[in-house]
Design a protein around this ligand. Structure first.
Ligand SMILES: Nc1nc2c(ncn2[C@@H]2O[C@H](COP(=O)(O)OP(=O)(O)OP(=O)(O)O)[C@@H](O)[C@H]2O)c(=O)[nH]1
Ligand SMILES: [Mg+2]
Length: 181
């Protein structure tokens, strides 16, 4: 079966670690097909994934670009946790009907208390529920993009888990309809 090309955007508040996470994902790939400024395509087991490292403030062109996205990685930092900006990105995912979603809670190397993680999880699920998303089934991963990059012996199952989730995604149906027209 032919592999599909999936467009995936990495979004989140300024400094949440989007670019570091993008680098950590790409660092794990054997088959990089192409790259340009802020955009990298690699061949995975099931797909061709084109990862787009978005800026925190989305201008008109970036918003327009969301129409082409099959999936979204929502990055939120645990150390300076800001649920209100997170809500804005979830709102965009909903508005643009991006149904392949994963939340990456970053900077867990700086803030690792179970209490803080439980609080973050509750807040995140509340926002997903408020936006009428399938809030119970959207994966929430806790990790550290920087650790993954810096420490080669760091057991970075967080990034592996993220990569595996993206590889399980399929092209979104609403896009397929547009492409077939
Ligand atoms: N401690 C720690 N620092 C991190 C982690 N990920 C990123 N950082 C740091 O956070 C800062 C911002 O990281 P970036 O990856 O540039 O964040 P960004 O979201 O791309 O930032 P903008 O593009 O400016 O919005 C940098 O100093 C990174 O080294 C992490 O997991 N842990
Ligand atoms: Mg960046």
């Amino acid at each position: 079966m032919d592999k599909e090309t999936l467009n995936i955007c990495i979004v989140g508040k300024m400094n949440s670690g989007k670019s570091t996470l993008t680098e950590a994902i790409i660092n794990k790939q054997q088959n990089i097909v192409s790259w340009s400024d802020k955009s990298y395509e690699y061949e995975s087991l099931n797909n061709y994934n084109c990862i787009n490292d978005y800026p925190s403030v989305l201008g008109k062109r970036m918003l327009e670009n969301l129409k082409k996205m099959d999936g979204m990685v929502l990055v939120i930092s645990l150390s300076d946790f800001d649920i209100s900006s997170f809500r804005e990105y979830v709102f965009l995912a909903n508005q643009f009907e991006i149904d392949n979603l994963v939340v990456f809670v970053n900077k867990c190397d700086l803030e690792n208390s179970l209490e803080k993680k439980c609080y973050a999880e509750m807040e995140i699920r509340n926002v997903l529920e408020d936006c009428s998303l399938d809030f119970e089934n959207i994966p929430v991963i806790y990790g550290s993009a920087l650790k993954s990059l810096e420490e080669s012996n760091y057991v970075n199952s967080d990034i592996d888990e993220l990569v595996a989730i993206m590889d399980s995604w399929k092209e979104r149906k609403s896009i397929k309809k547009i492409k077939k027209r």
